[in-house]
Ligand binder design. Structure first.
Ligand code: AMP
Ligand code: MG
Length: 745
């Protein structure tokens, strides 16, 4: 791990009142009980500290659970720091120090001393607290007291030295941080806060990165426009870092049972699925023809029965010298060993009324088993039909397989209590006796649900547009001056649903702090992910960041990304009151193209990760960039446009000529393009079906939604080097193309 990447922390709260096995902290019965966890989280993830709280859990005061959780965070999750709160006192249930001591490889008595002396400086009773600290592999583990106040004091005492400790544990020299801590180099945001101490309160401009006393970076909600921020206080982070941060806060959702239908598309199977029935369940004919006894050979035989593809119970057995008419999929009569195709037979004798076949001649020899699908030959009972982790696609293969093999899952349990009245029990049907006391019976009914499969729950996404200028796109009245149609909501609702996830339309919220707060609060209780558009740039009506921080208590993990379009994209988390432990907030820019591009780059991968996709990132192709002056008829519309091919070598020089290079921006740019399979029929085209060509969608302004029209790829154009003379992308350069849609011919 780089010594530069953000510090990752795990917070483990021990809670004596907690009886469940282990849950994520905010999903506990009553998260308000756990005060130290949220306090710590707030301190550690809020600027200027801005560490990443990658894991959080509550466990009862049980040494095995404490050890198990911390060891996993150290050894598997490789967190930099693990902090526990609670269980460090003298009560018999206080076992955290013993649990942690047993897994520490190298004690750190200096840190223990600081923790203790901090508490002692507040009260002599701190002598009754038993903190320990130490290192396991590359993780520093600290035990903090359970009371939020003491916890805050203790963590405050060691906070400043922890980055240095982490740098050393990661293998760095510690010199850079040490220098910073000694004041030889300004330390980013934390130090800038001090730089501004001299700040005159009557000064109309607040400076870049000045923080409020609350620790927030965002513009204060009730300040007049004269005191607005004139530079964004949010550091500009690279796209890759933004993706990493989103992924750190994105957890796979829980396992549920799902019916097998189109709603399963986009789901990931949570367990291996075995066939519970054989396919076929009976010996079935593959063709229309006559069931025969193969050893009888060609000849003329009486047609003794008919077997259609329909349930039948009283089919007579076939004996030597007989045949049975049979349809494709019909049950092969017992005794029959093969089926002769109708094309290989002739009618010898019909019934007098001409309605029935009496005698039929078979003219070919068939081997035993020919044209017969034996029981379970497509799929046997117990056969693994789909692996855990299989993504149910829209192609139909997975839905089809799951539907064909009769998956049943016992998924609903109804508990029934019965009381013995006057020595008599009621009549009970279908039940499993669970337990019986003197005059009480507890019964559990297990009701199998047909065709349910274990899948991970798919995230539910709320889509909210913000802006006073917006009118619902379906409005029939003419737009008033200053109004525009809400483009983002229908676009994103369609994109979420097309990816197989559930989307809730949250409507349009005006640029009013109260109304936005209400809309976001309402949304949080019902969805896992809230996506808003608009209100994140530098205008006085751009309220999203302040509301998230100052009204919802959200942690903003980033508020600016080095990219074009999409610079003000904002990502925040809030402990949830809804279906998952933490609500994710993506506040996307208002310009429709920016909103759509950032949806594909940040939101969709997060949704895929929550749904259990192993490969949650969108596919990326390498595309070699060429600029064609194509006069070829097969590239209708390509003339004079920019064209990119992923097989440059296959482009015959005669068919392209450099027209112009593409001008690069100072920020990495996501250029919308239409990737298609080049036609191969028209001669003398050098293209083959294995060649993709990508066509630019034209002018790339972030307001111009036409630049998304037909786009199925985002070409990652590198930023231009501000100092270098060359400001254009040269033909032949290979760039990444992020696939956001299907490739059409
Ligand atoms: P904002 O980020 O709110 O300043 O919006 C930036 C630009 O995007 C402004 O021109 C807005 O009018 C426009 N915009 C914001 N939301 C939408 C939307 N839902 N549909 C279309 N344009 C929008
Ligand atoms: Mg706006």
């Amino acid at each position: 791990m780089s010594t530069e990447s953000p510090i990752t922390v795990g917070i483990l709260t021990t809670d004596p009142s907690f009886t469940f096995f282990k849950v994520s902290d905010t999903a506990s019965n009553d998260p308000s009980q756990d005060q130290s966890g949220p306090t710590l989280r707030n301190i550690l993830s809020t600027p200027p500290v801005s560490w990443v709280v990658a894991e959080a859990a509550i466990v009862p005061d049980n040494p095995e659970l404490i050890k198990g959780t911390v060891v996993e965070w150290c050894d598997k999750k490789n967190l930099d720091i693990v902090m526990t709160t609670g269980g460090t006192g003298f009560a018999s249930r206080d076992v955290t120090p013993e649990a942690i001591t047993s897994i520490i490889e190298r004690p750190t008595p200096g840190i223990t001393h600081v923790l203790l002396s901090t508490s002692l400086s507040v009260t002599p009773f701190a002598a009754l607290s038993r903190p320990v600290a130490g290192i396991r592999s590359k993780t520093l583990i600290l035990t903090l007291p359970g009371s939020p106040k003491a916890c805050k004091e203790n963590v405050g005492a060691v906070l400043g030295m922890l980055p240095h400790a982490v740098e050393l544990l990661r293998g760095g020299t510690g010199k850079k941080l040490h220098d910073k801590m000694q004041g030889k180099e300004p330390e980013g945001r934390a130090h800038r806060q001090h730089d501004h101490h001299h700040h005159d309160h009557h000064h109309p401009h607040r400076e870049h990165s000045e923080r409020h006393e609350s620790g927030h970076l965002s513009q204060l909600l009730d300040e007049p426009v004269t005191r607005r921020l004139r530079k964004s206080p949010y550091p500009m982070i690279p796209v890759s870092e933004a993706i990493r941060i989103v992924a750190l806060h994105t957890q796979r959702l829980e396992q549920i049972s799902r019916p097998v239908d189109e709603s399963l598309i986009g789901s990931v199977l949570a367990e291996d699925v075995l066939a519970s029935e054989p396919v076929p369940g009976y010996r079935a004919s593959i063709v229309d023809g006559y069931a025969v006894i193969a050893t009888d050979g060609p000849g003329t035989y009486p047609v003794v029965s008919v077997s259609l593809a329909a349930p039948s119970t009283d089919q007579p057995a076939l004996v030597a010298g007989q045949i049975a008419r049979i349809a494709t999929g019909g049950p092969v009569p017992s005794g029959a060993t093969a089926v002769v195709m109708v094309e290989d037979t002739t009618l010898e004798l019909a019934s007098e009324d001409g309605q029935k076949e009496e005698m039929v001649r078979t003219i070919v020899t068939v081997a035993k088993g020919e044209n017969v699908r034996e029981v379970g030959s497509d799929c046997a009972v117990g056969e693994l039909v789909a692996h855990k982790g299989t993504v149910v696609s829209a192609v139909g293969g997975e839905v089809g397989v799951l539907a064909s093999v009769g998956i049943k899952e016992v998924s609903m349990v109804i508990v029934c209590i019965r009381i013995k009245v006057m020595g008599q029990w009621d009549i009970m049907y279908k039940f499993l006796l669970f337990t019986q006391f003197h005059n009480l019976t507890v019964t559990i009914f297990l009701r199998p649900r047909q065709l349910q499969v274990p899948a991970f729950r798919k995230p539910k996404v709320g889509i909210l547009s913000t802006g006073m200028e917006l009118v619902d796109h379906t409005a029939t009245s003419a737009l008033a001056y200053g109004q525009i149609r809400d483009t983002n909501r229908p676009t994103l609702l369609a994109a979420v649903r097309a990816a197989g996830f559930e989307a809730k339309d949250l409507g349009i919220a005006p640029d009013s702090a109260d109304e936005l707060e209400k809309a976001l609060r309402d949304a949080m209780s019902d969805v896992d992910v809230v996506v808003t558009t608009g209100g994140v740039s530098m205008g006085e009506m751009d309220l999203l960041k302040p509301i998230l921080e100052q009204r919802l208590g959200a942690t903003i993990h980033f508020g600016r990304i080095l990219m074009k379009p999409g610079k003000p994209t904002t990502f925040a988390t809030v402990p949830s009151t809804g279906p998952s432990s933490e609500n994710l907030f993506f506040a996307l820019p208002g310009n429709p193209v920016s909103a759509t591009v950032t949806f594909y780059l940040f939101v969709l991968p997060a949704l895929r990760k929550m749904a259990g996709f192993k490969n949650w990132e969108l596919p990326v192709l390498k595309v070699q960039v060429w600029f064609l002056h194509a006069q070829l008829s097969e590239f209708d519309g390509l003339t004079q446009s920019t064209c990119f091919s992923h097989h440059a070598s296959s482009i015959h020089p005669a068919h392209h000529k450099l027209l112009h290079n593409i001008r690069l921006d100072l920020r990495p740019e996501y250029h919308r393009a239409i990737l298609s399979i080049a036609p191969r029929s028209s001669s003398p085209s050098p293209y083959t079906a294995s060649t993709f060509v990508a066509r630019s969608t034209g002018h790339q302004q972030s307001s111009r939604m036409l630049s998304m029209l037909g786009a199925n790829a985002l070409l990652r154009l590198p930023p231009r080097d501000g100092s270098a003379p060359r400001r254009e992308l040269l033909a032949g350069t290979v760039v990444d193309a992020v696939l956001i849609g299907q490739i059409e011919i």
